[in-house]
Structures are given as C-alpha cells and as structure tokens.
Design a protein around this ligand. Structure first.
Ligand SMILES: Cc1cc2nc3c(=O)[nH]c(=O)nc-3n(C[C@H](O)[C@H](O)[C@H](O)COP(=O)(O)OP(=O)(O)OC[C@H]3O[C@@H](n4cnc5c(N)ncnc54)[C@H](O)[C@@H]3O)c2cc1C
Length: 387
C-alpha cells in the first residue's frame, strides 16, 4: 500500500500530538513544520492543568479528559519529567448549586475510573487543604489528590521525539509560506527555505495563527483571540507551607508555579463581544513577557480579595499575555474543510492540553482509515458554517 504524505503546520501541542498519533500508522509519512521552536508559543504560556473534574470541559467529554490525563501520566511514567507533571491535586469550589452538580458528577466519573475524589462541605476541612481560602459564600468543594498540572512544552517535545523515533520528520525554524491548492484540492506547500513539498493532506495546527494560514488555502477559519493574561504572585512570607492545589472557580483559576502562584481569568468567562477580552490580533507581535492590561490584574486581585484573601497581599513577580484561539462556540475545529485535503486541528482555546490527545487520536484515524467519530462530528468545521 502506498504511503500517505501528511504535512502538519505548527509544532505546538496540537501539531506534535497529531504527528505522534499519525506516526503510529505504518502507512503515514509525517512532516511537521514549525517556524520557531517546538511547543514555544501558546503551549509554552499555558497553565497545563488537566484536572479530573472542573468546569473547563463539560462532563459529556469525560473520555477526552481521561484520555488526555492518562496519556500524560503514561508519558511521565515512561520517563520522569517528560510531561512535567506536578501532582498538586485540585480543589474545585462550588459557589452555586449548578456548579456543585457538575463537580459531583465529575467526582463520580473520576471515582469510576479508579481515582480518588470527594465532595467536601465541612469548611474546616476545606481550610485544611487551602488555609488561605475564604469559605464564606461557598457551598462546598470537590477535591482530588491525584491530578495537577503538566508542562505543555515538555509534552510537545516528547511527542516530537516519539514521532521522530517512529520515522516522522520535524522541521523547526521553517515557516510555511504558501499552501498549494489546485482545483480546490491541496497539493502541498512551500516553506521559507524556498522548498516545495508535495502532500496528500495538509493539517493546519497553528492555533492563534490559523486565521492567517487558513487564508493561504483560501479558507476563512472562524477563530477569535481571547486574551490569556497570566500573573505570577509571590505570596506573603515568600514561601507557602502547604501544597497549593490547582484552585478552580468559574471566574478564575490559580496554581503553584515553583514558589509562586499563577493566576488567570478562566477562558469560559471571556466575552467575544468585549474588545478588552477578545479580538483578532497578530500573534507574531506578542512579547515573551509583559504586555498585560491593568483590567485583568485588577479583576484577579478583586477575586482573590473575596475568595482567597490569604494571598491577596502577594507581590507581582511577572506576567505574560497570550492568545487563545476560540471559535464562536468555544469548541475546537477538527477535520475537513471546504478545501479537499486541507484539514484543521485548531481552536483549542483554553483546553488544548486536555483535548489534544483524544482529538489527535480521532483525527489520525480519520486521515489514515477514513473513519469519523462522534467527537469529530461534534467539533467539525461544518457546524460553524451551519451556525
Ligand atoms: C495562559 C494560558 C493558560 C492555559 N491553560 C490551559 C490549561 O490549564 N489547560 C489546557 O488544557 N489548556 C490551557 N491553555 C490552552 C492551551 O495552552 C492551548 O489550547 C494550546 O497550547 C494550543 O496549542 P496549539 O498547538 O494549537 O497552538 P500553539 O502552541 O500556539 O502552536 C501553534 C504553532 O504554530 C506555529 N506556526 C504558526 N504559523 C506557522 C507557519 N506559517 N509555519 C510554521 N509554523 C507556524 C507557531 O510558531 C506555533 O508554535 C492555556 C493557554 C494559555 C495562553
């Protein structure tokens, strides 16, 4: 059987994870093009939380969450540090009955899969886990010790290494400058090296850049950028004397980052119609650090004052701005587009680390075997045309 030649644009978690899943098929010939470094863009600025239960991904996508989590646990078990796992546990706070119900269902799912999880209403016990929290105005909290956060850049590099071991090619420092389309069918692409490559399939995994790369194929990729502004706080007294868990509220989340605490407004609380939250910008102009707005730090400090007052007097150590690629309905865009052979794996928004393994598993199957899955149907490009 002839090999299928697949070109992937983008070496973030989306492109490397897809490249790895494709490389598991004998008939796949995979080349990943990354204009800078592997996992160095949005993926590097990510918090990397993959929690067993929280509000970032609906419980109906439990398989996606579990497959992501267990893929990274397996990676970490094969080689310590290769997924950068920090097992801090997660505390998800219920501020109303709707959130409480979601947490309880999530706990049941996690327990059925063999993990620990408990819904705690005893406020003293919640304070034992997170002494700096305010337990006023909360109903309870879900807690597990089994999860935490990962390192997206480490994961991307591990996937890149694995796909190369399976015969794939990763070209870093090589920008795709043209996508060759004839009679509405992809033929290949051209790069900044001035080389033309022939491909049967080109998959665009450029996340926040996919608006621009899509134009090269004549496809209007309907994504917006939401601002992901992350702030690093040094808690009062310099060092916390307890393990700060991933802390999730509907409005924001926080986690341990070395001796500091990372805080960020949650992606599902972003409004695409608010120009302070969302727009369409040039990701090449993002600075490595800084570039943040007063609005977001003020919002987060107000949140901390009400909810985690024990750390509100922290010093601000650093901050960064990044863009999350969000379609209008905040779900990814996977699979076929109106141009034959030009596929998308983009729009992961604030959940790319969680979602990339299951999405890549299914997309690789579609490309290599021609079989779709319910996940691909739900996250297909065509749903956005229908909307
Ligand atoms: C602050 C923040 C916190 C987050 N927290 C979480 C979290 O806790 N959990 C979670 O699951 N997700 C989280 N996310 C979301 C997650 O990080 C993203 O969804 C994911 O990293 C997107 O990966 P990607 O590969 O699509 O994009 P990117 O990592 O941006 O990769 C795209 C790549 O394409 C390359 N590229 C672009 N154009 C070209 C071209 N023409 N030729 C070659 N290469 C090109 C770029 O250089 C880049 O490396 C967070 C994101 C941010 C910003």
């Amino acid at each position: 059987m002839e090999k299928k030649r697949i070109g992937i644009i983008g070496g973030g978690i989306s492109g490397t994870c897809l490249g790895y899943h494709l490389s598991l098929y004998d008939q796949a010939e995979v080349t990943v093009f990354e204009k800078n470094t592997v996992g160095g863009a949005s993926t590097a600025k990510s918090a990397g939380t993959v929690c067993l239960f929280d509000d970032s991904l609906k419980n109906r996508y439990w398989d996606v969450r579990l497959y992501g989590f267990e893929s990274y646990l397996k990676m970490e078990a094969e080689e310590k540090g290769s997924a950068g796992f920090d097992k801090t546990g997660t505390l998800v706070v219920a501020t109303n009955e709707e959130v409480e119900k979601v947490i309880q269902t999530g706990i049941a799912l996690a327990k059925a899969a063999g993990y620990t999880g408990e819904y705690i209403t005893d406020k003293d016990r919640i304070k034992e886990i997170l002494p700096d929290i305010s337990t006023e105005n909360i109903l309870g909290a879900g807690y597990t010790q089994d999860d935490g956060y990962f390192d997206g850049t480490m994961i991307s590099n591990t996937y890149a290494k694995k796909l190369q071991a399976n015969g794939g090619v990763v070209k870093t420092g090589v920008e795709v400058t043209e996508i060759k389309v004839e009679d509405n069918k992809v033929k290949g692409l051209k790069t900044s090296e001035g080389i033309e490559y022939t491909f049967d399939v080109v998959v665009d995994c450029t996340g926040p850049w996919s608006k621009f790369t899509g134009e090269m194929a004549g496809v209007d990729v309907p994504i917006w950028h939401t601002k992901a502004e992350a702030f690093f706080l040094c808690p009062p007294g310099k060092k916390l004397d307890y393990t700060f868990p991933v802390l999730k509220y509907p409005e924001f989340y926080a986690l341990r980052a070395g001796n500091n605490i990372f805080i960020c407004k949650s992606h599902l609380s972003m409004d695409l119609n608010n120009p302070m939250h969302a727009g369409q910008w040039d990701p090449d102009k993002l600075p490595a650090t800084g570039g943040t707005d007063e609005y977001f730090i003020d919002f987060l400090l107000d949140q901390l004052e009400a909810k985690v007052p024990g750390i509100v007097d922290s010093g601000l150590v650093s901050s960064w701005l990044s863009y999350r690629a969000e379609p209008k309905d905040f779900w990814p865009i996977l699979g076929e587009t109106p141009v034959e052979g030009y596929l998308l794996a983009t729009g992961y928004g604030g959940n790319g680390v969680i979602e990339a393994p299951a999405a890549s598993r299914d997309l690789a199957k579609l490309i290599m075997v021609g079989e779709s899955t319910p996940l691909l149907e739900n996250w297909a490009f065509k749903r956005l045309l229908e909307q």
